[in-house]
Design a protein around this ligand. Structure first.
Ligand code: AMP
Ligand code: GLY
Length: 426
């Protein structure tokens, strides 16, 4: 199978890595990609938001499957254009991607499908904003309606900060505060059959101890030893399947990856948000544990054949990923800094620890790999349990040099401590 992946982050590197290990994949292409992806796939230049250009590229490469990684091309309708060319594509239509593209749309679908989520008001003017903030009280949860790369949400107990963000948003969703740990659960769907993956936890805040601003995600781990073993089945029955059924009923079926961001509250599971694509950095740990070759799974979703897919196989072990971010991320990041230590990780830690690239590129003049974005690397490791996977991930992080960079030192720390070391050796 010839596969083309669209995107350039660590999520796409994780997808490309998994696809490169799949014996059914005979050619792997990525556009635009990054310096790390270049090691496992052939890179091409494309405007990822231009559906016609992506479809042209896919046709010229004779791609038999196109996998669209990020949300922006999906919301822009890139999957629709590729599908219209008769090429199987993993990723929802623009209409179905509104589940991520508009928080108000997602709330409407959830209400119709009876999916449990935070009570919310959609506000467009100051009077509505004040009324909603007053109705819920602190802590305030204020969300820009549109796409904002994980940075459009403000959770604060300060009414002035909440108001200021709400007024800056235009259309804004103000909702009830949800307490309790967060879980990211992904499902692959063809619009009808829904196949959940393993749950993961993301660390959204920039600094240790969940301090600092929200980011796109600073690290992740899987499995979740503290979660109820019935969680996946419950979320499938109460969240994922009803949502997919509702979108099919609206004649805008959702095929691709449905990402449920959940809060496990004292009153039960609630949806915090939906995304229309694989999460970043959770994909790095979920795919590290998937034993079933990936291409066939994605192709089955793209071609409406998930009902005949054999059950997915998973490693019993754990995976941890730690994001190394640029100086000043999540503010405007500094770029162009050389990255060192990548060779040492490849020589000394692989295959159990490896570096997935996010914002990187190869400097043409020096040949060095340099930073090119906010989240630069996703250092990923596996092990028989979280303690081992963590140790390996942080050992690899310590080998990396990137001037001014920062990373969290507490990814999976609490879960690893609570679960204790396992007995298996890895
Ligand atoms: P979102 O972009 O909707 O995922 O929100 C980003 C982050 O804000 C989430 O991962 C949560 O940590 C936090 N958040 C969003 N909605 C709520 C809520 N209703 N209650 C508490 N925290 C929330
Ligand atoms: N890790 C959060 C996201 O992908 O939206």
């Amino acid at each position: 199978m010839k596969v083309l992946v669209i995107g350039s982050g660590a999520r796409e590197h994780a997808l490309c890595r998994a696809l490169s290990l799949d014996p059914d994949v005979t050619a792997l292409h990525c556009a635009p990609g990054n310096a790390g992806i270049a090691e496992v796939a052939e890179l091409h230049t494309v405007d990822a938001l231009d559906g016609v250009a992506v479809a042209e590229l896919a046709a010229s490469l004779e791609a038999e499957l196109v996998v669209v990684g990020p949300e922006a091309p999906l919301v822009a309708g890139v999957a629709d254009v590729v599908r219209a060319r008769g090429i199987p594509v993993f990723g929802p239509s623009a209409e179905a991607a509104q589940l991520e593209g508009s928080k108000a749309f997602a709330k409407d679908v959830m209400a119709a499908a009876g999916v449990p989520t935070a009570r919310a008001y959609v506000c467009t003017d100051e009077a509505e904003i004040d009324e909603a903030l007053d109705a819920f009280g602190a802590p305030y949860v204020v969300k820009d309606d549109g796409l904002a790369a994980g940075k459009g949400v403000v959770v604060t107990s300060d009414i002035a900060t909440a108001r200021e963000h709400a007024l800056a948003c235009g259309r804004v969703v103000i909702e009830e505060y949800l307490d309790g740990p967060e879980v990211s659960l992904f499902a692959v769907t063809d619009g009808e059959t829904v196949v959940p993956l393993q749950p993961a936890q993301d660390f959204k805040r920039a600094y240790d101890g969940d301090e600092g601003p929200n980011t796109g995600g600073m690290g992740a781990y899987s499995p979740l030893p503290w979660a109820d073993p019935k969680l996946v089945d419950e979320v499938l029955a109460t969240v994922l399947q009803p949502t997919v059924d509702e979108l099919r009923r609206r004649e805008t079926p959702f095929s691709g990856l449905l990402y449920a961001g959940l809060a496990i509250t004292s009153r039960g599971v609630r949806v915090i948000e939906f995304n229309a694509r694989f999460g970043d950095p959770e994909t790095q740990v979920v795919l590290a544990r998937l034993k079933t070759p990936l291409a066939g799974v994605l192709l089955a979703a793209a071609t409406g054949r998930l009902d005949s897919l054999a059950p997915l196989r998973w490693s019993d072990g754990a995976a941890v990923t730690v994001v190394v971010a640029s100086h000043n991320y999540p503010g405007t990041p500094r770029t162009g800094d050389p990255i060192t230590g990548l060779g040492e990780v490849a020589e000394q830690d692989a295959p159990k620890a490896y570096v997935l690239h996010a914002g990187t590129k190869r400097d043409v003049a020096s040949g060095d790999v340099v930073s090119a974005g906010g989240r630069v690397l996703s250092v990923t490791a596996t092990g028989s349990d979280l303690v081992k996977a963590r140790e390996r991930a942080y050992r690899a992080v310590a080998r990396i040099g990137l001037d001014g960079s920062h990373h969290r030192s507490d990814i999976a720390a609490k879960a690893a401590e609570e679960a204790g070391p396992g007995t298996a050796s890895a």
